[in-house]
Every structure is written in C-alpha cells, then in structure tokens.
Design a protein around this ligand. Structure first.
Ligand code: IMP
Ligand code: MG
Length: 179
C-alpha cells in the first residue's frame, strides 16, 4: 500500500524495504571497516532504533557489546530542550569505542546532550550512526559519522519510527502527506 492512515493522519510511502536494505548494507560495510580491530560498545536508543539496529548489527556481524538506553525530551511548556535519560549505561565506557545508533536526527537536541554525558566518562571515541537525518532542522554542531539518508523536514513513520506510538512495525518508511 502506498498510502496509509495512522492515528487519523495520512502518510505516503517514502522509502521502501529494498531501499532501506541498501542503505543498511552500506552503513554495515562502513561500520565494519571503522571497528575492524575494536570491540565497541553499541548504544541502541529505544524504541525507534530497534529494527534499524537489529538489521545493521546482523548485517555487519560486528563484534560488539550491546547496551540499550531510553531518552525522552523535556518538551512542552518551557521547551528548554533538555533531555530526560530514563535508562542509561551502567558499565564503564572508559577507553572504549562507543557507537550510538539512532533512528533519526532532527534538531539534534537528544544526541548532542546525551553525547556530552558520555564524553564526560572518558571513552576512547563516541560516534553516531543514524538511519535518517533532517539537516535543515539541525540546531547543534553534532557530528554524525554514519548517516543513512538525509531527508527533508517532513514527519516520517515506520521501520521503528512512530507517531504517538503507532506505525513502528511498518516495514517501509512513510512520510506525512501534504494537505
Ligand atoms: P531531536 O530533535 O534530534 O532531538 O529528535 C528527537 C527525537 O524525535 C528523535 O530521536 C525521534 O525519536 C523523534 N523524531 C524526530 N523526527 C521524527 C520523525 O519524523 N518521525 C518520528 N520521530 C521523529
Ligand atoms: Mg528516537
């Protein structure tokens, strides 16, 4: 189906499974090269990154330690752009290579702030791998080492990405339809 309704909004197919697989294959190769003689700590950001991280890590056959974290943004009334770390890494990352896997970088608030908290713990390196990125929205000098695809500033769902907790398990990625 090229057009779907999710939680009352219309979405159109934007990136299909095959295209996603090609993107993931490329990123898996890049990551394999980057960490060929390392055993990185891979930080998977819940929940949106699950399908991407899973496919990427299987494809790359990366020898890595997996950690799951959960971050939400303080939003709404004061709009401070502060993040709330609901679940964090508990083990030491000192002198380790750390790779953060994210579904999408929008303003960059989440990852910019979270990366700071990791850097304080003296890892050897911290790099970011994201499936999607909206460069026109970026508000922080966030270095993204591995980016699957740069997209326009339109809301997307599917392949882990949600709208009000809906649409995460769609195999393709859909974009909000223009009215
Ligand atoms: P940030 O603005 O870069 O901090 O992005 C915060 C979070 O908002 C991301 O990790 C996503 O979970 C979510 N997000 C941003 N853009 C989209 C989108 O187009 N669809 C679904 N979630 C999004
Ligand atoms: Mg997210």
């Amino acid at each position: 189906m090229d057009s779907i309704e999710v939680a009352g909004l219309q979405f159109v197919k934007f990136i299909d499974q095959k295209q996603i697989s090609l993107i993931v294959d490329r990123l898996a190769e890049d990551i394999k090269k980057q960490y060929y003689n390392s055993r990185p700590i891979v930080v998977i950001i819940l929940k949106g990154s699950i399908h991407f991280a899973s496919q990427l890590l299987l494809e790359s056959e990366l020898d890595a330690e997996l950690v799951f974290i959960k971050i939400s943004s303080y939003d709404g009334l004061n709009s401070t752009g502060k993040i709330n770390i609901e679940l964090d890494i508990t083990q030491s990352i000192e002198n380790r290579d750390v790779l953060i896997i994210e579904d999408i970088v929008d303003t960059g608030t989440t990852l910019y702030q979270y990366k700071m908290t990791l850097v304080d713990r003296r890892p050897k390196s911290v790099k970011i791998c994201t499936l999607l990125m909206k460069p026109s929205k970026l508000q922080y000098p966030l270095e993204v080492s591995f980016c699957g695809l740069e997209i326009a500033d339109k809301f997307v769902i599917g392949y882990g990405l949600d709208y009000n907790e809906q649409g995460r398990n769609l195999a393709d990625i859909y974009q909000l339809k223009e009215e």
